[in-house]
Design a protein around this ligand. Structure first.
Ligand SMILES: Cc1cc2nc3c(=O)[nH]c(=O)nc-3n(C[C@H](O)[C@H](O)[C@H](O)COP(=O)(O)OP(=O)(O)OC[C@H]3O[C@@H](n4cnc5c(N)ncnc54)[C@H](O)[C@@H]3O)c2cc1C
Length: 412
C-alpha cells in the first residue's frame, strides 16, 4: 500500500516514534524517514525526572523500542539531524545541513522545549533545564557532586518537574531548596487543599520550600556558585534546575504558513491546515469532543495515542481522536494522578481523608464530574475517567462516601 511514496516525520520523540511504528503496523509499504535533532532513538521522557534521575533505571530503559527495531521496520532514522524548514508548496524539507528531501505526507512531532528563565546568570554552568536525556545525565552528576561536596540542589518552580527533581535529589540524600513564585505548589493543576498536602509531604522529607519567592539572579564565575532570591537571601549551590514550563516547537509550522495558535492547529484526525501535513503530541492544539473545546496537552498518553490516530489518518484510515486527558506524577512513595481538564467547576467533593495516604478530589460542573485528582488511588481514578466519559449526573453525597463503590455509581 502507498508503495513509492515517502512519508517524513519531523521529531524522533514519543509521537514521532509511534507515528513510524503505526505506519508500518498499518501496512504502509513506502519510505519512512524519521528526523530527530537529538542523538537518541525515540524515548519516553517521564522517567527522566523519576527512575532515571534516581539511578534506578538506565537511560536506555526509556527507549520506546530497541534501537535495531527501526532497521527491522525499514524506517530510515536520521538522528542528530535538524529540519530547518518546510516548503508545503513543493512538498519539500530543507535540513540544517542544506540537504533537501521530498515528502508526500509529513508528520510534525516536534514537541516542546523548556521555557527559559530570563534572569542574569541562567546561562552559567550548573544551571539546568530538564527535557532531554542529556539534561538528566548532567543533573544526576550534579546531585552526586552536591551530596559528596555538601552543597545544595536549588530548584526553581514548584510544578511537576521541579517537585519530581526535588524528590529524586532528596531521596538520594541531597539538601534541596525550592522556590515557587505563587502561594501554592502546582498552581495550575491542584486545588489549594491538595497542594497543601503535597507541600507537607515535601517538608516532611526535608525539602526547604519557599512559596511566594522567586529567583532574582544567579552568580558565579563561569560556573554557578549561588542563587540570589527575590527577598535578597543568598543560597550557595553548584547545581540548579529550572522547571517553569514548556514552549511548543511551532516555529517550523508557522514559518511554513500552517495555522498555529498555542500549538499547531489540527483537526480531530491530527490534520493541519495543509491536507498533507499532520501533527501530534505536545506541539498540537487539537479539538477534544468530550471537553467541548480545543486543548494543547503535555502528556505521555496524548503523545502516544494522538500519534497513532494521526498516523492512521495519514493512510486515510481516520479515527477521530478524543480522550479524557490523564496525567501522573511520582514523588517519593506518592503517586498522584489527574483526569480531565477542569474549567469553571462549581463544586469540589473530597472522598477520603486528605491527611490519609490515599484520597481523591472530584471537580463537578452542573452536577457532572469534569475532573479529579487522586493521591495513591489509581483505582478510583480509573473509574472516575469512565464517569467523565459517560457525562452522567452524579450524587455528590455518594461520591463523598468511600463505602459507595464508584463502580456502583457508574452502573447506577
Ligand atoms: C522530565 C519530564 C517528565 C515528564 N513526566 C510526565 C509524566 O509523569 N506524565 C505524563 O503524562 N507526561 C510527562 N511528561 C510529558 C511527556 O513526556 C511529553 O508529553 C511527551 O514527551 C511529548 O512527546 P512528543 O513526541 O510530543 O514531544 P517530544 O518528546 O518533546 O519529542 C519531540 C522531538 O522532536 C525534536 N525536534 C524538535 N524540532 C525538531 C526539528 N526541527 N528537527 C528535528 N527534530 C526536532 C525534539 O528535539 C524532540 O526530540 C514529562 C516530560 C518531561 C520532560
Amino acid at each position: 500500500m502507498w508503495s513509492g511514496k515517502t512519508f517524513a516525520i519531523i521529531g524522533a520523540g514519543q509521537s514521532g516514534g509511534w507515528t513510524a511504528k503505526t505506519l508500518r503496523d498499518e501496512g504502509f509499504e513506502g519510505r519512512i524517514i524519521l528526523f530527530g535533532d537529538e542523538p537518541y532513538p525515540p524515548y519516553e521522557r517521564p522517567p527522566l525526572s523519576k527512575e532515571v534521575l534516581l539511578g534506578d533505571q538506565p537511560v536506555e530503559s526509556t527507549y520506546l523500542w530497541p534501537e535495531d527495531s527501526y532497521d527491522e521496520w525499514n524506517v530510515e532514522m536520521r538522528l542528530d539531524t535538524r529540519v530547518a524548514s518546510i516548503s508545503p508548496a513543493d512538498h519539500g524539507l530543507t535540513l540544517a545541513n542544506g540537504e533537501t528531501v521530498a515528502y508526500d505526507k509529513l508528520m510534525i512531532a516536534t514537541g516542546g522545549r523548556a521555557r527559559p528563565l530570563p534572569v542574569a546568570g541562567a546561562d552559567l554552568d550548573g544551571v539546568h533545564y530538564l527535557r532531554a536525556i542529556s539534561d538528566t545525565v548532567a543533573i544526576r552528576a550534579g546531585i552526586a557532586a552536591a551530596i559528596s561536596g555538601g552543597s545544595k540542589i536549588f530548584v526553581v518552580g514548584g510544578g511537576w518537574i521541579g517537585l519530581e527533581v526535588a524528590a529524586a535529589a532528596r531521596k538520594q540524600g541531597a539538601d534541596v531548596t525550592l522556590v515557587e513564585a505563587l502561594d501554592q505548589l502546582c498552581g495550575r493543576a491542584l486545588t489549594p487543599e491538595f497542594a497543601a498536602r503535597l507541600l507537607k509531604i515535601h517538608l516532611d522529607h526535608g525539602v526547604d520550600i519557599r512559596l511566594n519567592t522567586s529567583i532574582d539572579h544567579f552568580e558565579g564565575d563561569g560556573a554557578l556558585a549561588r542563587a540570589v532570591l527575590s527577598d535578597g537571601e543568598t543560597i550557595d549551590c553548584a547545581t540548579a534546575v529550572i522547571g517553569i514550563g514548556l514552549i511548543a516547537n511551532t516555529e517550523l509550522a508557522a514559518d511554513a504558513g500552517l495555522e498555529t495558535d498555542n500549538g499547531i492547529v489540527v483537526d480531530e484526525f491530527g490534520r493541519s491546515s495543509d491536507p498533507d501535513i499532520f501533527a501530534a503530541g505536545d506541539v498540537t492544539n487539537h479539538p477534544n469532543e468530550l471537553l467541548g473545546r480545543r486543548i494543547r496537552l503535555e502528556s505521555w498518553e496524548n503523545a502516544q495515542n494522538q500519534a497513532i490516530a494521526a498516523a492512521k489518518a495519514m493512510l486515510d484510515k481516520g479515527e477521530a481522536y478524543s480522550e479524557v486527558p490523564w496525567f501522573w506524577s511520582d514523588q517519593y512513595d506518592v503517586n498522584i494522578q489527574l483526569v480531565g481538564l477542569p474549567e469553571d467547576c462549581d463544586q469540589t467533593i473530597l472522598r477520603g481523608d486528605p491527611d490519609a495516604p490515599e484520597f481523591i478530589e472530584f471537580y463537578l460542573k452542573d452536577g457532572r464530574i469534569d475532573g479529579a485528582a487522586a493521591m495513591n488511588n489509581p483505582r478510583d481514578l480509573r473509574f472516575t475517567k469512565r464517569l467523565i466519559q459517560t457525562q452522567k449526573v452524579v450524587d455528590p453525597a455518594q461520591l463523598a462516601d468511600p463505602s459507595v463503590k464508584l463502580q456502583t455509581i457508574l452502573k447506577g
